[in-house]
Write a protein that binds this ligand. Structure first.
Ligand SMILES: CC(C)(COP(=O)(O)OP(=O)(O)OC[C@H]1O[C@@H](n2cnc3c(N)ncnc32)[C@H](O)[C@@H]1OP(=O)(O)O)[C@@H](O)C(=O)NCCC(=O)NCCS
Length: 159
């Protein structure tokens, strides 16, 4: 069972640990290990961040943010992360569904991910399952720690 609720101040350490793990893996986020705890928590402790709990433990999180300001602010971006301990158990899917609902509730017209690493099979399979389409590719857009320069995809879906 995955419970999803708004992030709270008391979740800060757990959220930081998951972020730090993903960044240390180096194959999904553009952020690298130079991002401080404070900077990371500024990104993840927002009004539009939700955490997933499994048996009371923080297993993952997502955060929504307008992808542009002004005339582009009707499209939301989002970031997702699941602790390696809980991956493959439905947490990402639950966060994905929840985020689409929340984005709709907030009045966004569409959701767009600007940088999905082409080697991130789990993320690509998840987003395709949730109805996203690849609308563009940035050649050699990501410095992958094992594969070298790899493409990144832009994914989009209307809400
Ligand atoms: C991508 C991520 C959020 C997926 O979360 P998750 O909890 O592992 O995913 P789920 O268990 O809910 O799986 C949902 C679907 O994703 C796909 N998927 C998940 N793991 C997969 C894997 N290792 N290989 C291929 N597909 C996978 C499957 O389609 C799966 O559905 P299924 O179980 O019915 O086949 C998670 O792996 C993660 O946090 N990775 C590091 C950070 C990251 O990549 N963030 C997203 C950047 S765009």
């Amino acid at each position: 069972m995955v419970e999803i609720r708004k992030v709270q101040e008391m979740d800060a350490e757990a959220v930081w640990q998951i972020f730090h793990e993903v960044v240390a893996e180096g194959d999904a986020f553009c952020s690298d290990e130079s991002v401080s705890r404070e900077q990371a928590l500024n990104m993840w402790l927002t009004d539009d961040t939700y955490v997933a709990l499994v048996e009371g433990q923080i297993a993952g999180a997502y955060s929504l943010f307008p992808i542009h300001s002004g005339h582009g602010s009707h499209i939301t971006g989002a970031a997702y992360m699941v602790s390696s301990r809980y991956r493959g158990t439905g947490v990402g899917l639950a966060l994905g569904h929840h985020s689409l609902e929340k984005a709709k509730e907030k009045g966004y017209l569409a959701m767009q991910f600007n940088c999905v690493v082409s080697t991130n099979e789990a993320a690509l399979a998840l987003w395709k399952k949730l109805g996203f389409k690849i609308i563009g590719t940035v050649p050699k857009g990501f410095q992958h720690p094992k594969c070298g320069l790899v493409d990144t995809h832009i994914l989009h879906r209307f809400l």
